[in-house]
Ligand binder design. Structure first.
Ligand SMILES: *Cc1c(COP(=O)(O)O)cnc(C)c1O
Length: 418
C-alpha cells in the first residue's frame, strides 16, 4: 500500500467543517451568499480593514471559500491557501502580483495552452520568460540569470506526459533563493505535494480532479511556508506584516482578489468542497483505469504509441514512480496508426465523452492538434511532437472493462474499414 492510503487524507477532509463548530450540527459549512458583512461595533469594522481576520466584502472571500481553503491547505500540507474563480485566475494572480517589469521567469516549455498564452502576455508587460525542458534540471539551471525571480513547472505535462525533475528543481531554487511555483493540477495533492520538493507556492485548478464532477470552476494557490519573502524585493511594505513566510500569499490575495477581483463564488466553493471529499477514491480509480487502458492500447495494432508515465518504457517512469507513490495519473496521450482517421475513431466511442476538460469522473477524449493545440499552428506542433493523429484521453472512474471494451470496439470498426 502506498503512503497515501494511510495518511488520513480523506478523513481530515471529511471532518474539516465539523472541527470548527457549525450551526445546528450541520456537517457542511453553510453556503454564505452574503456580499457584505455587518459589524455591531464600528471599531471592529475598522480592525478587520486593518488586517484582523474577518469578512468585510465577499470579493475578498467568504466563510464558504475559507472552509474550502482550509481543506486545500490540509490536502497540500501547507501553511495557507487562497481560492480563485478559476485555475487561470490563480495563475495570473501569482505571476501578475509577484513579478514586475525587468524580472525574469524560467518556465517549463510543456505548459497548459492557456498558461502558455498568459506567459506571452507577461512577456509583453516586460517580464521575460525562458522556456526549458523541466524533465532536464540542467536546462533549468542554465537558464537562470541575475534577474531571475521564479521557476514555474507543471508536474505531469499535458498531453505529452513528461515528468518534471521536481526534486532537482527544488534544490536549484533553494540554492539560488528563487520562488518555486508548481502547478499540481494533473497530479492533485493526493498524488503529490509540492512541499515535498521544496515548492514555495502550489497552484491547483479546482475545476479538474479536486471538484471532479464537471460542475464548478475554481483555482487555488497554497503557500507551503517554505519560502522566506523578507529578501524578495517585490513585496509591498503594507504586506510585510506577520511571519515573512506568508507575505507572498498575502500579496497574492490582496492584489488577486481585492484589486483584480478574481474571486471564487461561495456556490462554486461549496460544490468543489463536496467533490473534494472523494478525491482520493476517484484518483485511485482513475489511475488504475488509466494504467489498464494504457497496457491494453500499447499492444493494439491500431495504436502507434501510448504516452503514459505508468508504462515502463516512458522516459520518466522511474521518476514518476518515486514522486507519485507508484501511481501515474489519469491522462493518456494516444496516437492512432496512420491508416485510422482520428475523427472516425472518436465518433465510434460510446462510453467515452468527446469533450475538452480533464480530471472529470467521466472519461473524456479529444483530438489534440485540431483543438487545444490548433492555435499554435503546424510548425510549433511539429516541434512539440504533436501529430495529427494524437488523442488526449482523461480517464475517469467508470468500470475498467467498459472503458477497454469501448476502445476495443471503436478500434475494431476502424480497422475493418481500413
Ligand atoms: C485546466 C488547467 C489549468 C486552468 O484551470 P481552469 O480552472 O480551467 O482555469 C491550469 N493548469 C493546468 C495544468 C490545467 O490542466
Amino acid at each position: 500500500m502506498s503512503k497515501n492510503e494511510h495518511s488520513g487524507f480523506t478523513t481530515s477532509i471529511l471532518h474539516a467543517d465539523r472541527r470548527k463548530a457549525v450551526e445546528h450540527g450541520a456537517i457542511h459549512k453553510p453556503l454564505h451568499t452574503s456580499t457584505e458583512y455587518a459589524f455591531a461595533d464600528s471599531r471592529e469594522l475598522a480592525a478587520v480593514f486593518q488586517g484582523k481576520s474577518g469578512y468585510t466584502y465577499a470579493r475578498q472571500g467568504t466563510p464558504t471559500t475559507a472552509a474550502l481553503e482550509d481543506k486545500i491547505t490540509l490536502m497540500e500540507g501547507g501553511a495557507g491557501t487562497v481560492t480563485f474563480a478559476t485555475g487561470m485566475a490563480a495563475l495570473s494572480s501569482i505571476f501578475m502580483t509577484l513579478l514586475k517589469q525587468g524580472d525574469h521567469l524560467v518556465s517549463s516549455q510543456f505548459v497548459f495552452g492557456n498558461t502558455n498564452s498568459l506567459l506571452g502576455t507577461l512577456d509583453r508587460l516586460g517580464v521575460s520568460v525562458t522556456f526549458v525542458d523541466p524533465a532536464n534540471a540542467q536546462q533549468v539551471k542554465d537558464a537562470i540569470r541575475p534577474e531571475t525571480k521564479m521557476i514555474f513547472t507543471e508536474t505531469i505535462a499535458n498531453p505529452g506526459t513528461q515528468i518534471a525533475d521536481l526534486s532537482a528543481i527544488g534544490d536549484i531554487c533553494e540554492l539560488h533563493n528563487l520562488v518555486y511555483v508548481i502547478d499540481n493540477t494533473l497530479t492533485s495533492p493526493w498524488l503529490f505535494q509540492g512541499k515535498s520538493v521544496k515548492a514555495s507556492l502550489v497552484m491547483n485548478s479546482l475545476s479538474k480532479y479536486i471538484c471532479g464532477h464537471g460542475n464548478a470552476l475554481g483555482g487555488a494557490v497554497t503557500n507551503t511556508g517554505l519560502y522566506d519573502w523578507s529578501g524578495y524585493d517585490n513585496i509591498y511594505d503594507n504586506y510585510k506584516t506577520g511571519p515573512a513566510n506568508a507575505w507572498g500569499l498575502t500579496q497574492i490575495k490582496k492584489k488577486g482578489l481585492r484589486d483584480m477581483g478574481a474571486t471564487l463564488s461561495s456556490d462554486a466553493a461549496h460544490r468543489i468542497a463536496v467533490g473534494a471529499e472523494t478525491l482520493a477514491l476517484r484518483m485511485k480509480q482513475s489511475c488504475s483505469n488509466a494504467l489498464a487502458l494504457a497496457r491494453f492500447l500499447e499492444k493494439h495494432p491500431g495504436i502507434a504509441s501510448v504516452r503514459y508515465p505508468g508504462l515502463s518504457q516512458h522516459p520518466q517512469h522511474e521518476r514518476a514512480a518515486t514522486l507519485f507513490n507508484h501511481r501515474f495519473g489519469g491522462l493518456l496521450g494516444v496516437e492512432l496508426v496512420d491508416g485510422i482517421d482520428c475523427f472516425e475513431f472518436l465518433n465510434k466511442l460510446n462510453v467515452v465523452v468527446l469533450a475538452t476538460h480533464l480530471g472529470d469522473a467521466r472519461t473524456l477524449a479529444l483530438p489534440v492538434a485540431h483543438t487545444i493545440y490548433y492555435e499554435m499552428g503546424p510548425a510549433r506542433r511539429a516541434e512539440m511532437g504533436i501529430g495529427d493523429n494524437l488523442l488526449r484521453v482523461s480517464v475517469g472512474i467508470e468500470d475498467e472493462e467498459d472503458l477497454i471494451n469501448d476502445f476495443r470496439q471503436a478500434l475494431a470498426q476502424c480497422m475493418d474499414a481500413a
